[in-house]
Write a protein that binds this ligand. Structure first.
Ligand SMILES: [Zn+2]
Length: 737
């Protein structure tokens, strides 16, 4: 059932867009590639979660009618504004109008900037800080960052004046904080404590600045052309102003409302200004309508304002051709903050529609599997049998994979494809509605022997150690196939435990710095000597493809290689790039085999190297033996013992040679073209088993041998020295691709 599901490649977003740190890191182009395979513009596509606005927009821009169930008001706003993107001029005009609004006898901008004033340590002028730095444990303001007009900028310790200013904000905090609270919940609301808790993500100055801005927004009539643009900028400010910004600044992707040990308190006015860049531009506008309207023949978004279970009863009215969705991960931070922001911007009624997100402070994978299942089972029986469900799982990890596949199986979908590329790429899942109702297929108990053999055979096919994701995937596929991937949420623990038990049992080996099974690589205790590793097979395929169809684009090559190595075999982009760096040149997006790697050049090369070895060996007084099969091999014998075994290869395919080599590794030498050294280094870096195998081998480049034939007075000792000093070089050229 599962053969041949090829991973669809995408590309990383050029510009992440608003609130990107909470949104799935979905790769652009994957959904489009899926739809292009079998559907036509104008077809209806359902996204039951609406978790990734980019992905919905991508499909709409291709001309599909994308029905999205979206219950988070913030996500809904993101979808609407992405469909009708702001111009930079819109945003700047809106910001200018806001900045000149009055606060007392000041301009709003002046007033808000004054909250952050600090003294420049060089010129002693007052400048608005970019941010202050706080320490969570002590609760103290410890530092400040600013850019002064005098040219001074950077990070400095906080001054007594900075502390006094912050303290004055704290003195009036309760008033502003209760206003911020009022906009989200009423006094008797049982959810009020949750909102209070969430508000702790904001320091007093941020609460004051945001509430001041939001009060001003109330003065803009809904027909004002600047209102929406200001909502957008304010949303950015709402996020920039919270304390979920650790220092040093890694790229935070908060999933919980956890205060970092050192964090930034950013200048709210600066945050508004930075929003202009974030929200401006975007791509081509698309039609966006509310359910039950039709976006029209050119495609577009049809937004259903509510959860999937409320949309489901109406689905029979829509000729759905496919379901395509980025599956959400649990994100307490985003869901909770969305409730706050929705209340602030659009009021209590709007916040109330999404308030259930507040009830839970910790989301575990059991809960998530249940939530996914609840959403999926709403529509599984409303799809036609040939309407596929294609799901993209960003930031994959084993529990997410288990939760998603369990939810799919439990809600009436058969798994027909699972493609895993690397930890850093989304996983792709293909389901088909099950033809028989769930009850008719009896649930089977998990058979760990079946799981084990599926995981072993995946490893044998890969021929190299892999991350736990591929093996976990193999286990889940086996369970889906025999109908044991079932049960309510408590099943999740059992599914994961079974896979882990198998993995830590006989046959498998963990290569990793820590004992954590999620990290490092998993390999076989013993590899078959006939093993051809995935990197070696991919190398052969890429070269064949470059030879057969010169001028191909990277994307076309990636697509054809993924089709040849589907599902759990999908090669990483890093591997493809390493092979291309070794063999190909690119110009104007077209890939060509390097001149010296054309088959005829390489045959001539190998012959001349064989000749060089023959001359050298004779010169040094060895007796020679030459073999052509199964490997091109030249032996230098001394007193009937093998002094050197030279393997002549034009590729970086060495694993099988090393596994089958009957000579001492210390006497074995791989002779390769210089251009292969980087690729070989990459493979050794990637595969700890290959690295161990190669430990005592030496690698000599073609040109080094040819050079040695020129020196007439070479001694055996000198030769030994020469070939010892040719380390395998790091794959520098890879940067080119
Ligand atoms: Zn200065």
């Amino acid at each position: 059932m599962m053969d041949g599901f090829a991973y669809l490649p995408g590309s990383e977003a050029e510009k992440p867009g608003p609130l990107a740190r909470y949104l799935p890191q979905a790769t652009d182009g994957i959904a489009a590639a899926f739809l292009a395979q079998q559907f036509r513009p104008g077809d209806w596509v359902l996204d039951p979660f609406g978790a990734s606005p980019r992905t919905d927009l991508e499909m709409a821009r291709l001309g599909f009618k994308v029905l999205v169930a979206v219950d988070n008001p913030v996500t809904r706003f993101l979808l609407e504004t992405a469909a009708k993107p702001f111009t930079q001029a819109d945003l700047q005009a809106a910001l200018a109008e806001l900045s000149s609004a009055r606060k007392g006898d000041e301009r709003l901008e002046t007033h808000l900037q004054s909250l952050y004033l600090t003294e420049c340590s060089q010129c002693h002028q007052q400048v608005p800080a970019e941010a202050f730095i706080w320490d969570r444990e002590s609760g103290a303001l410890t530092g400040r960052m600013y850019h002064c007009a005098c040219g001074d900028n950077g990070e400095y310790p906080a001054t007594p004046a900075d502390l006094a200013r912050a303290a004055s904000m704290t003195a009036t905090d309760s008033l502003h904080r209760s206003r911020a609270l009022e906009r989200v919940t009423s006094a008797g609301d049982p959810d009020r404590p949750h909102v209070e808790e969430a508000l702790k993500c904001y320091l007093p100055r941020a609460v004051y600045a945001l509430i001041t801005i939001i009060n001003k927004l109330d003065g803009f009539s809904p027909s004002s052309e600047h209102r929406n643009a200001l909502f957008a900028l304010t949303l950015t400010a709402c996020d920039e102003a919270n304390v979920l910004w650790p220092l040093p600044a890694e790229r935070p992707r908060p999933k919980q409302l956890t205060v970092p040990t050192r964090f930034l308190e950013k200048n709210v006015w600066r945050a508004l200004e930075s929003g202009v860049e974030t929200w401006a531009g975007g791509e081509q506008a698309v039609e966006v309508v509310n359910w039950p309207n039709d976006p029209g023949d050119a495609g577009g978004l049809c937004l259903f304002n509510g959860p999937m279970r409320e949309l489901a009863p109406h689905l029979n009215d829509v000729p759905l051709k496919a379901v395509v969705s980025v599956l959400p991960r649990p994100n307490q931070a985003f869901w909770t903050l969305s409730t706050l922001w929705a209340g602030w911007l659009w009021g209590r009624e709007v916040a109330a529609t999404f308030k259930s997100a507040l009830h839970r402070l910790r989301y575990d994978w059991n809960w998530h599997a249940g939530a996914l299942e609840a959403a999926l089972k709403n529509f599984s029986d409303r799809l036609t049998l040939n309407a596929p469900f294609f799901a993209i799982l960003p930031e994959p990890e084993t529990s997410f994979l288990s939760a998603a596949l369990l939810a799919g199986a439990e809600s009436g979908f058969d798994l027909t494809g699972l493609a895993v590329r690397s930890r850093h790429d989304p996983v792709e899942v293909l389901w088909q509605r099950r033809a028989f109702s769930l009850a008719e297929k009896e649930q089977v108990k998990i058979d760990s022997e079946t799981v084990r053999s599926a995981m072993l055979s995946t490893l044998k096919e890969r021929g190299e150690p892999v991350t736990i994701l591929q093996l976990h995937g193999a286990g889940l596929v086996a369970m889906a196939a025999d109908n044991s991937l079932r049960g309510k949420t408590e099943a999740l623990a059992q599914i994961n435990a079974t896979i882990l038990d198998v993995l830590t049992g006989p046959g498998f080996i963990h290569h990793g710095e820590s004992k954590n099974p999620e990290t490092g690589l998993w390999g076989l205790e013993k590899w078959d000597p006939e093993t051809e590793s995935l990197p070696d097979r991919v190398e052969v395929s890429v070269v064949r493809s470059l030879n057969k169809s010169p001028g191909e684009s990277m994307r076309a090559l990636e697509t054809s290689i993924n089709a040849e190595f589907p599902g759990l075999l999908t090669p990483s982009l890093g591997l493809l790039r390493a092979v291309l760096a070794s063999y190909a040149v690119e110009s104007n997006g077209q890939l060509q085999l390097r001149q010296e790697d054309l088959p005829s050049s390489r045959r001539a090369d190998l012959e001349s190297v064989a000749e060089a070895l023959t001359i050298l060996g004779t010169q040094l007084g060895f007796s020679l033996e030459r073999k052509e099969s199964p490997y091109r091999l030249i032996l230098w014998q001394d007193k009937r013992k093998t002094a050197y075994a030279f393997y002549l290869v034009a590729s970086a395919i060495a694993g099988k040679i090393m596994r089958q080599n009957p000579y001492q590794p210390e006497r074995s030498i791989l002779v390769i073209p210089g251009g292969r050294a980087g690729l070989l280094a990459y493979k050794l870096e990637r595969d700890p088993d290959l690295r161990r195998l190669a430990e005592h081998w030496r690698v000599v480049k073609f040109r080094a041998l040819r050079r040695l034939t020129g020196s007439a007075d070479l001694s055996r000792e000198q030769f030994e020295k020469e070939i010892a000093g040719d380390p395998i070089e790091a794959p520098e050229q890879m940067k080119l691709f």
